[in-house]
Design a protein around this ligand. Structure first.
Ligand code: PLP
Length: 228
């Protein structure tokens, strides 16, 4: 880790961040940096260099870092798969959950977050069995099941999407999610400021093209993760 925190490394983080934020700003989108495996001191550095939001994948990892972060829950999103029995640890610690994908999870969020929390419905656009998320064709039914739950503030959609070797191959998936988002938005499900969380390091520019309001780059800012 120490070698990663060289001036050279931190300069690279700052430069990447500047470039990505510029692209997001031009599209009117926000950057939620995916910070899994990134140490708190690097996250702190990034916040000193223009980063506004971070997204964590694992509850345990978030709890381990949170006391070393110089900002509060209004900057922290939860973007990973969320087990029902972990929901309670996120109360007061995150301002948005990107991975709502089951009624059980929605009910637990509703029960625990007594002051409410913004939630995005995760769409499993590639029908990938091993991933979380609701299939696009089930989205409206799912929204109708959860929309009445107190404290679950549905704000939009999130998608991860299958990995593609060739960037152009992301287009049909992004288009599908974008269309679904437009439809649900026009039906009024997401309130006055709807959010579409789409795009990671290898495709965030494409996602901005398709109307993402939140992009979630990790590697493109912090460099390659070592295996965990
Ligand atoms: C890891 C992760 C990202 C960022 O992925 P990169 O390829 O490192 O940009 C974005 N979203 C989610 C949900 C992730 O788990």
């Amino acid at each position: 880790m120490t070698e990663k925190l060289s001036t050279e490394y931190l300069d690279r983080v700052a430069a990447s961040l500047t470039e990505i934020k510029k692209a997001a700003d031009e599209a009117g989108a926000r950057v939620v940096a995916a910070t899994k495996t990134v140490p708190a001191e690097v996250i702190r550095f990034a916040f000193g260099h223009g980063l506004e939001y971070m997204g964590e994948n694992r509850v345990q990892e978030l709890l381990g870092k949170i006391d070393s972060l110089p900002f509060g829950s209004d900057r922290i999103h939860f973007i990973g798969r969320l087990q029902t029995n972990k929901v309670r640890y996120l109360v007061g610690r995150v301002c948005m959950i990107h991975s709502l994908d089951s009624l059980r999870l929605a009910e637990e969020i509703s029960r625990r977050f007594v002051s409410g929390v913004d939630c995005l419905v995760e769409i499993n656009v590639g029908h990938e069995g091993e991933k979380g998320g609701v299939y696009a064709e089930d989205c409206e039914r799912f929204i109708n099941q959860t929309a009445g739950l107190p404290n679950v503030n549905l704000r939009g959609l999130m998608s991860i999407g299958p990995y593609m070797e060739n960037k152009e191959d992301y287009r049909p998936y992004m288009e599908k999610v974008a269309q679904l988002f437009e439809k649900m938005k026009s039906l009024g499900y997401f309130g006055p400021d709807p959010q579409l969380s789409m795009g990671m390091s290898d495709n965030f520019r494409l996602a901005l093209e398709y109307g993402a309001t939140i992009i979630r780059p990790g590697t493109a800012i912090f460099g390659r993760r070592s295996a965990t």
